[in-house]
Design a protein around this ligand. Structure first.
Ligand code: UTP
Length: 298
């Protein structure tokens, strides 16, 4: 029997340099996909997977993120007065129960592994925990973390979300060396962070959803710098491979957008816009016009 996954860490302490100058004053996670900040998509996904406690690893300048999850009595009162019940309902999704959300600082951007390690005192040393990177937004019928929690009940150990990526892109990711392919899940015999082109063990790349055995935190305690001088979460997970708990990759059903990159963010904006009943027709009309104009100009 695996233990229930009830806590999730959201590492949001990165500098977001790829979105400068916007991220000079706005946290990347507050940037808006259609009408919701990236972090809201991550929180909704976590809630659907049964997460009850939300731990944010933040840094200087991320105050807007903390405010976002606060109640907003004046705004709520105003909407109530005007009978805007639908908007009030939308706002409810942004409210967190008292004590369900915790913020902890990463004082220096020493990498994802270090950010996760900063949350160590807020976790139960015997319980698995989830890690969600809000820049990876996943459109799926069943939210990705929920799919993973269900698969994890079968496998135990530590689990990373994985997806097939084209050969010329794979060196940008952590990549899995597959021991046994069981369909959606694969057992893992090795993990390489950003392999040099041509040396990758597969095209199965790790993306920003994890369910981790508490021992991964112990591995982070023995931290050493990996590729790029940062403390890599991949290394701490890879240390679990040789244990009887093991490491698994999970091929989720859904489409992942890399909203940490400008192109990925724009693609997500279009895709999420097209999936909305209130926007689809207008947006599609514009896209059709645009491609007709481009075709005519060629
Ligand atoms: P990225 O590699 O996308 O880095 O981090 P970044 O700083 O956010 O963005 P760029 O590359 O400068 O544009 C992946 C995730 O890990 C978190 C980030 O907040 C993001 O959610 N992270 C990264 C930390 O919390 N701390 C770190 O030291 C590094």
């Amino acid at each position: 029997m695996t233990r229930k996954v009830t806590k999730a860490i959201f590492p949001v302490a990165g500098l977001g340099t790829r979105f400068l100058p916007a991220t000079k004053s706005i946290p990347k996670e507050i940037m808006t996909l259609v009408d919701r900040p990236l972090i809201q998509y991550a929180i909704d996904e976590a809630r659907a997977a049964g997460i009850k406690e939300f731990i944010f690893v933040t840094s200087r300048g991320k105050g807007a993120l903390e405010d976002y999850f606060d109640h907003s009595p004046v705004l709520e009162q105003e909407l109530r007065k005007k009978g805007k019940d639908k908007l009030l309902e939308v706002l409810k999704g942004t409210n967190m129960d008292s004590g369900a959300i915790a913020y902890i600082r990463q004082h220096k951007a020493l990498g994802l592994g270090h950010a996760v390690w900063c949350a160590r005192r807020l976790l139960d040393p015997k319980e698995p925990f989830a890690v969600i990177l809000p820049d990876d937004v996943i459109a799926a019928d069943k939210p990705c973390l929920q799919q993973m929690v269900e698969a994890y009940e079968e496998t135990g150990g530590s689990m990373v979300a994985a997806m097939e990526v084209p050969a010329d892109k794979v060196s940008a990711y952590g990549v899995l060396d597959v021991k046994e392919d069981m369909g959606s899940s694969v057992s893992v015999k090795g993990m390489v962070e950003k392999p040099a082109p041509g040396t990758e063990p597969s095209n199965l790349a790790v993306i920003g959803r994890y369910i981790l055995d508490p021992n991964v935190m112990k591995n982070l305690n023995k931290m050493k710098s990996g590729a790029g001088g940062e403390i890599q979460l991949t290394d701490a997970i890879a240390d679990e491979i040789e244990t009887d708990r093991g490491v698994y990759g999970f091929r989720f059903a859904g489409q992942r957008f890399d909203c940490g990159s400008k192109a990925g963010f724009l693609q997500a904006t279009i895709s999420f816009g097209l999936s909305r009943d209130d926007l689809r027709d207008e947006l599609q009309e514009y896209l059709d016009e645009l491609s007709a104009m481009r075709a005519a100009a060629q």
